[in-house]
Design a protein around this ligand. Structure first.
Ligand SMILES: Nc1ncnc2c1ncn2[C@@H]1O[C@H](COP(=O)(O)OP(=O)(O)O)[C@@H](O)[C@H]1O
Ligand SMILES: [Mg+2]
Length: 237
């Protein structure tokens, strides 16, 4: 192991700036994510969460800043809609762009609970199943960094809970670093090692979550963290 290898970050962002016209949406933002760390990002609508995610995904060429933006080469992104190709069967969607990866693709589909559905068309699947395919497509690439922008935002509450269990299982098995954007404070606390809040272009609050698993909203510690995060979001309860 290289000296100080445990201190090396998977994501290292310094003084990131992103302007639209003259308005800085990201304004000197700093962020580190450790290898295998699960970070959830909260922020009001329009606070720049998706802008940050796009910058990390390498999808935005107009970021600027005096600092650095270091991300691993192997990054996968999951969005709110699955973005599956409707004319490709499920397995072909999973292994798109990878050659000779059908066996791996089948294993990934098994991991997300979709064994036997590899020849289905995307529109034959429910919204939750389509998101499972999107997760399989991401994880078959064994990313060092998984970026997810409100991936469960369009799902019903019950499906969303099942996806939480699945995502935790997948992250335990594959151990990517994760940045999950969500507007759901409870989802953030249930899933993440650390929750951060974006406002006025920077990270303005941070909570390390050390609650025992399985995490329950009934836990007084959970309620205390939730209340501090809601405060940081400017919501008084
Ligand atoms: N392509 C764009 N052109 C101009 N403004 C944009 C563009 N994309 C995002 N914005 C603005 O940047 C701000 C942050 O957007 P976004 O990152 O999508 O917020 P969030 O994901 O937190 O809701 C918003 O005010 C939005 O209107
Ligand atoms: Mg967004």
């Amino acid at each position: 192991m290289a000296p100080n290898a445990s201190l090396v970050s998977t994501v290292q962002v310094r003084e990131l700036v992103r302007r639209y016209d003259d308005r800085a949406v990201l304004d000197g933002l700093d962020l580190d994510i450790a290898p295998g760390e699960f970070v959830a990002l909260l922020g009001k609508s329009g606070s720049g969460k998706s802008t940050l995610l796009r910058a990390l995904a390498g999808l935005d060429y107009d970021v600027e800043g005096s600092g650095e933006l270091a991300v691993p080469e192997n990054v996968s992104v999951v969005f709110q809609d699955s973005r599956l190709l409707p004319w490709a069967r499920v397995l072909d969607n999973v292994v798109l762009g990878l050659s000779g990866a059908d066996d791996r693709g089948l294993r990934s589909l098994d991991e997300v609970g979709l064994a036997g559905r590899e020849q289905a068309w995307p529109n034959e699947l429910s919204g939750g199943e389509q998101q499972r395919v999107a997760l399989a497509r991401s994880l078959v690439r064994e990313p060092e960094l998984l970026l997810a922008d409100e991936p469960f935002g369009a799902l019903d509450a019950l499906t969303r809970l099942k996806m939480h269990v699945l995502l935790r299982k997948l992250c335990a098995a594959h151990q990517p670093a994760v940045l999950l954007v969500t507007h759901d404070v409870d989802e953030a606390i249930v899933l993440a090692d650390r929750v951060i809040v974006l406002d006025t272009g920077r990270i303005v609050a941070e909570e390390t979550i050390s609650l025992p698993a399985p995490r329950s909203a009934a836990d007084p510690g959970f309620a205390a963290v939730r209340s501090r995060l809601l405060d940081a979001l400017g919501v008084s309860v």
